[in-house]
Design a protein around this ligand. Structure first.
Ligand code: FAD
Length: 477
């Protein structure tokens, strides 16, 4: 329990409005966007400088409180849920774009800058920051780096880590570290910033991020293809990649998702189709025209039911916007949406869709699947009600069996959402007991007392316990 002296001290150092400790304030900060996981913090602080981050962490340490960094709370693996209580350190008020360096093609930002705000700010200067998670209107750069977020353009442009050039942050021992810089090449010592990317707030608190910018593509074509069965859609994806065409975006939605999105945005998507592929090719005009032609030929060869080319940039943007609503659209249907992040080598896509279909029938569930098909990254989403115990059991069994296959095919239990709480039970299955032990040693070297975001990625106890399916998705109090 945090002492009144510590609360007063925090208010003195951070300002009264940047310290919350009333229950009604704390309630909303015990969640992120992951269903079924919630825990009240004891206190929430909003530092506005790196020095304040150090001050707040020092007070938390003295009080023996765990510290949980938080961005906008759009995480889908429970990463910013304070499962052990303690202090939530929310970085959203450190939200300044500090520099856009046009000579070095970099931008330096505070961690609370919203992803889309950075995209728009650099676009005004004729530059391009590609990582675009579906949550880009809300998510923060700090959260993106901590989760190594992907996005709709990941297929061609890569994920957040591919753009991080330098990081500043505070380690659990209160030391302020800087790693990386604006030099394009840097192999001095271990890849420190690469360890911090995707560390899910368990190794350090990021207070400044420098990212690489690139020139924007000069041309783009957007193609929408509908399929009367999922397998053909999967085959189209595999064939496009095998033809050595790398679209910037190749997104998929199944029938259930198409219908939910249509109910939500009403743009005339055909409700009877089994699958939709949204494909964008971009770059210099000549190769773009050639690649679009290649994609259209493949869609014809696999016998896509309908193919449409976006009329203009506005039409293309509205199609991409519709895809970005997929999760919100599905979430309107049922009280609980369990979303997974199964990722397979692209050649296995068609089989994965078939397996999802088989398991949906076997476990009598309502499932909507969408995702970054070009990355082999699918989000099979069970639409259910967590008050229905039997349905939840079946949902967990569905994912359990699906992951057996995904791992057997050389896939991963998380393509982009991280392990957090939701995937802890699966990590050892994928990387083995030895892998978990090495990760624990890395954690111990940064955070020997285990005060930073405890309970995430792995448990403090035996790292090699058998996965517990129930625990893999929910934390009960
Ligand atoms: C509708 C929707 C669509 C989404 N689409 C995508 C997608 O396409 N691709 C994708 O990858 N993800 C997606 N996500 C998941 C989520 O948006 C990303 O993981 C995002 O990066 C989280 O950012 P955030 O600011 O909300 O971080 P939070 O959820 O607040 O935190 C995420 C993790 O980062 C840590 N953290 C946050 N800030 C810091 C910091 N400054 N220093 C250290 N650690 C920190 C937290 O402790 C936590 O472990 C989506 C989520 C939603 C709700």
């Amino acid at each position: 329990m945090i002492s009144q002296t510590a609360i007063n001290h925090l208010k003195e150092k951070l300002g009264e409005k940047n310290v919350l400790h009333e229950k009604e304030d704390l309630l909303v900060l015990g969640y992120d966007s992951t269903p079924g996981v919630h825990h009240l913090p004891e206190i929430v602080v909003y530092p506005t400088t790196t020095e304040q981050v150090v001050e707040a962490m020092a007070i938390a340490r003295r009080e023996g409180l765990p510290i949980v960094p938080r961005g906008s709370g759009t995480g889908l693996s429970g990463g910013s849920v304070p499962v052990k209580g303690g202090m939530v350190l929310c970085l959203t008020r450190m939200n300044h774009i500090l520099e856009i360096d046009e000579a070095n093609l970099t931008a330096t930002v505070e961690p609370g800058v919203i992803t889309l705000d950075l995209f728009n700010a650099v676009a005004e200067k004729g530059l391009f920051y590609p990582p675009d998670p579906g949550s880009q209107k809300v998510s923060t750069l700090g959260g993106n780096v901590a989760e190594n977020a992907g996005g709709l353009r990941g297929l061609k442009y890569g994920v957040t880590r591919d753009y991080v050039m330098a990081l500043k942050g505070v380690l659990p021992d209160l030391s302020v570290i800087s790693t990386g810089g604006k030099s394009v090449k840097d192999v001095a010592g271990y890849g420190f910033k690469d360890i911090l990317c995707g560390s899910e707030g368990t190794l350090g608190i990021l207070t400044e991020v420098t990212v690489k910018l690139i020139p924007p593509p000069r041309d783009k074509r957007t193609i929408l293809a509908y399929f009367s069965d999922m397998r053909t859609a999967g085959e189209a994806v595999s064939r496009i990649i095998a033809a050595k065409i790398i679209p910037s975006t190749m997104e998929i939605m199944d029938r259930a998702t198409i219908n939910c999105v249509e109910d939500y945005v009403k743009i005339g998507l055909p409700r009877d189709m089994a699958a939709l592929l949204l494909i964008e090719v971009d770059g210099h005009p000549a190769p773009v025209a050639e690649e679009a032609e290649g994609v259209l030929k493949i869609l014809e060869a696999v016998k896509a039911a309908e193919v449409h080319v976006a009329r203009d940039a506005q039409h293309a943007a509205s199609l991409a916007a519709a895809r970005r609503t997929a999760l919100s659209a599905l979430a309107r249907v049922s009280p609980t949406t369990l979303l997974e992040d199964a990722t397979v080598p692209r050649s296995r896509l068609a089989e994965t869709f078939a397996e999802i279909e088989r398991l949906t029938g076997k476990y009598r569930l309502q499932v909507g699947t969408f995702g970054h098909a070009g990355d082999g990254n699918l989000h099979p989403t069970v639409l259910c009600d967590e008050r229905n115990h039997d349905e939840m059991e079946r949902a967990h069994a569905f994912y359990n069996e699906l992951y057996e296959k995904v791992l057997a095919w050389g896939g991963t239990v998380s393509g982009e959402h991280g392990i957090g709480l939701a995937k802890k039970a699966y990590l050892a299955r994928q990387i083995g007991e030895g892998g978990v032990k090495v990760m624990k040693r890395i954690k111990q070297s940064f955070d020997p007392e285990g005060i930073l975001n405890p309970g995430k990625i792995f448990d403090e106890g035996d790292p090699c316990t058998k996965p517990n399916v129930e625990e893999g998705f929910r934390v009960s109090r």
